[in-house]
Design a protein around this ligand. Structure first.
Ligand code: PRP
Ligand code: MG
Length: 181
């Protein structure tokens, strides 16, 4: 008891697979934004790991900024209402922005964030997500960089939590049934 890795029933992506894939996405980003000013925006708290590893895979200059958002209440994500808990520190007017998150589930968070940041006069706004669940999508989200599409099942690790636990796992996987009971 107490050892987080013991609660995984299946590993979907290992730390090495994740870092390799982020390296590929970083190479695409370097190519696409060559010679351009770039800000990457991490969505707290889940995106912390992806931001850290993606940013370190980039050999170019990049600014890292952060936002924290929350749906109103719990279980009301489908309401489409999001509020800002922590805004950007930087002005993104005229700058190229890539929003970084670890998963797109219903799409609400990133759909809302994309239009919110888009209204601030940036040169461009794109999305980079490590995971996406196409079957769970409820909002159209235009994603430029995606690590993997996955089935609609609950995953934890590498920033993804279950009741604020398991974010610190290096791998991504599914939880054993006993965890939920
Ligand atoms: C999770 C995840 C994404 C979002 C995806 O964040 O990190 O940001 O949900 O779901 P959606 O596509 O249905 O909006 P959450 O709001 O749970 O907070 P966290 O990042 O602090 O875990
Ligand atoms: Mg999140």
């Amino acid at each position: 008891a107490g050892h987080v890795e013991n609660d995984l029933v299946e590993v979907l992506f290992t730390e090495k697979q994740i870092l390799d894939r982020l390296g590929e996405l970083a190479a695409e980003i370097e190519r696409d934004y060559d010679g351009k000013d770039l800000v990457i925006v991490g969505v707290l708290r889940g995106a912390v790991m992806v931001m850290a590893d993606l940013a370190r895979s980039l050999s170019r200059h990049v600014e890292m900024d952060w936002m924290a958002v929350s749906s109103y209440g719990s279980g009301t994500k489908s309401s489409g209402v999001v509020r800002i808990l922590k805004d950007l520190d930087s002005d993104i007017t005229g700058r190229h922005v890539v929003i970084v998150d670890e998963i797109i589930d219903t799409g609400l968070t990133l759909s809302w964030l994309t239009s919110n940041l888009g209204s601030r006069g940036p040169a461009s706004v794109e999305i980079c997500t490590l995971l996406r669940k196409p079957e769970a999508l409820q909002m159209p989200v235009d994603v430029k960089y995606v690590g993997w599409d996955i089935p609609n099942e609950f995953v934890v690790g590498y920033g993804l939590d279950y009741r604020e636990r398991y974010r610190n796992l290096r791998d991504i996987g599914t939880l054993a049934p006993h965890v939920y009971s």
